[in-house]
Design a protein around this ligand. Sequence first.
Ligand code: KG4
Ligand code: ZN
Length: 354
Amino acid sequence: RGDLLMLGIETSCDDTAAAVVRGDGQILSQVVSSQEDLLARYGGVSPKMAEEAHALAIDQVVQKALDDANVSESDLCAVAVTVGPGLSLCLRVGVHKARKIAKAFRLPIVGVHHMEAHALVSRLVNKDLDFPFLALLISGGHNLLVLAHGLGQYVQLGTTIDDAIGEAYDKSARWLGLDIRKGGGPALEELALEGDPNAIKFRVPMRQHKDCNFSYAGLKTQVRLAIESRNICASDIPISSATEEDRQLRADIAASFQRVAVLHLEERCQRAVEWALKIEPAIKYFVVSGGVASNQCVRTHLNHIAEKNGLQLVCPPPSLCTDNGVMIAWTGIEHFIAGRFDDPPAADEPDDMQ
Ligand code: KG4
Ligand code: ZN
């Protein structure tokens, strides 16, 4: 395995990322080019703008990943690339690049599911982590509780019925007038440290539903109403220009939001652990991954849930929780070893064929 070298390419969302990972899990390079600046400047990015940003960055990002790893394309065993879920315009940029390299150097291609990659990167982080395990995957677009029986064998225990938790963090941060150039989630987490988590009694979602699904749209609305009813005018006045009293109010809203957002995760995860242990009593690990898993409050509370149930929490370091090329390369390695890959594109195939 140590001889295998996999290039991973990720363009499903806002980041253009690439990495080279060795079969034994050694990370040889990791490059991420973020569109967060664009997001902050324009208050959002259209699929077309995102596609253009990926197209501008992709060649350099992949070249840097190869250079930093000190390898050339011909050293690779295959190319792994995210094929979904995500914006198709954005995904195409990565797939196109992967196919171009694969065709030129006669390399197999491994198509990777973005959410599977968030889950499986935990096996790179912790080499003892065997199937079966329970995973909570929390990002901007997804909120999934999954029982992983084996490679490619997943049972969904819960999902969001509306918004994902990352979306609620991002919108709340925007409405609170935070500086979101480094992302809404991290900005809100930072401000919440200054606030009282019990200042505002937001309702915990879905308590009457005894399942493992999530809902964050209602909590988002509660935040919006809390801001409007206190006349903070946060979206007009950035937090840097707020009065001390106004800043404290915003911090209280942030902390109260975070308390309930995380409590909702805890409640659903506790039930999911109980369900999962009934189905697979051999489970030893609870994996928490995806961008929101880089949040310290989330990590602490979910560690508590894991410990309470005799499970070990595996939460990748923040750089492997948020979108990255390493998780794609690693998932590529797992599938490659299992014999799941596509042959190199034929020499006469057009580059943009998918
Ligand atoms: O997995 P990811 O990088 O991209 C998607 O697949 O969506 O997750 C991005 C999400 C964003 O909503 C971002 O605000 C959130 O993860 N996030 C955080 C933190 N860091 C990133 N949310 C809360 N606290 C954080 N520290
Ligand atoms: Zn992601």
